[in-house]
Design a protein around this ligand. Structure first.
Ligand code: ATP
Ligand code: MG
Length: 322
């Protein structure tokens, strides 16, 4: 089927004092209706930047230098700021690592969930309240009426994240973007939120794009995965294929790592030496060449080709065989 959301050859840089950081380089990825796409990769590889670009929420120092982002067929970067804002919440919504991002601390959860429905002109306040309450029940708050009257900080972390998910789903968007939605939670709550997202996805058939550094979350939730490295998608694959037969040397290294050690690492994979390239002057050859066990001289000088490896499968590598 047609993708609900697609990013085509997107390049984005952040202006910083004295230069620019090439945070996304020629990224192409799509998600179809009812599909869950995972974005994985170590810290600083551009996951959050890609997620934010998909919903047009990049910071003011960000500059898209090429490419398009298409939501339900429309090039959102070409729309006026007013039209872009109108899409947000209605057709596409976002859930962040910190659920407080979704809420103001000074209003009750219920009041805010009602306010988020300002677009629904024909609806009475009473009806908006009922929709909000029902959505809180739907995301698993056991006493939604009580929760409606609470301030965000009065809910536990897990409940707050559920309420933030309710806020994102209130307008029934066709795409939900979630950037590390479980990272701040403990293991039990993480499993519950993953379970909830899977249920919601099955019920509402919305597409989900989830950013996570947790490979367990990817395995549980995702249909397809984009592995990023230094601002590029280096491998794209259906989730089973990725885990059973990773093809890009970076994916192989990532999967060989103990996840707990990846978390503790700062821009460094413990299993392999070397560092992330400097994104203010990305290498002309393969970005991963310095850390790659099978790199040749060619890898260091020539940009790698994107090699098709089957349906929904490709890798950006000189050495991978089709
Ligand atoms: P993490 O796993 O730590 O969340 P990430 O994969 O989400 O990392 P991004 O936050 O997208 O990575 O950052 C990609 C690159 O862009 C990094 O080098 C980062 O330092 C840089 N960057 C991100 N946001 C900005 C900004 N607003 N201004 C300048 N540089 C930025
Ligand atoms: Mg991030």
């Amino acid at each position: 089927s047609e993708p609900v959301l697609s990013v085509e050859n997107l390049s984005l840089r952040y202006r910083v004092p004295g230069g620019a950081i090439a945070a996304l380089r020629n990224v192409s990825i799509a998600v179809r209706q009812g599909e869950v796409l995972g974005i994985a990769g170590e810290s600083g590889c551009g996951k959050s930047t890609l997620a934010a670009a998909m919903i047009d929420l990049v910071g003011t120092n960000a500059e898209v230098t090429s490419g398009v982002v298409r939501l339900n067929g429309r090039d959102i970067l070409a729309l006026s700021p007013v039209d872009r804002r109108r899409l947000r919440g209605r057709e596409i919504a976002m859930v962040f690592q910190d659920p407080m991002t979704a809420f103001s601390p000074v209003l009750t959860v219920g009041a805010q969930l009602v306010d988020f429905q300002f677009n629904l002109d024909g609806l009475a306040g009473r009806e908006k309240w009922r929709r909000a309450r029902d959505m809180l029940a739907r995301v698993g708050l056991s006493d939604p009426d009580h929760a409606m009257g609470r301030f965000p900080h009065e809910l536990s972390g897990g409940m707050r994240q559920r309420a933030a998910i309710a806020a994102a789903l209130l307008m029934r968007p066709s795409v939900l973007i979630a950037d590390e939605p479980t990272t701040a939670l403990d293991v039990t709550m993480e499993a519950q939120i993953v379970h909830l997202l899977r249920q919601l996805q099955a019920d509402y058939r919305c597409a989900i794009v989830i950013v996570t550094h947790h490979l367990g979350v990817i395995a549980e939730l995702c249909d397809r995965v984009a592995v990023m490295y230094a601002g590029e998608v280096v491998e794209e694959a259906p989730v089973d294929a990725l885990f059973h037969d990773p093809r890009h040397p970076y994916t192989r290294a990532l999967l060989a790592c103990d996840p707990a050690r990846i978390e503790a690492a700062t821009g460094r994979l413990p299993a392999i030496g070397g560092r992330l390239p400097d994104l203010s002057s990305p290498p002309t050859g393969c970005s991963f060449a310095d850390r790659c066990g099978i790199a040749t001289d060619r890898c260091r000088v020539a940009p790698p080709p994107r090699v098709g490896l089957g349906p929904d499968r490709n890798a950006l590598c000189h050495e991978v065989a089709p």
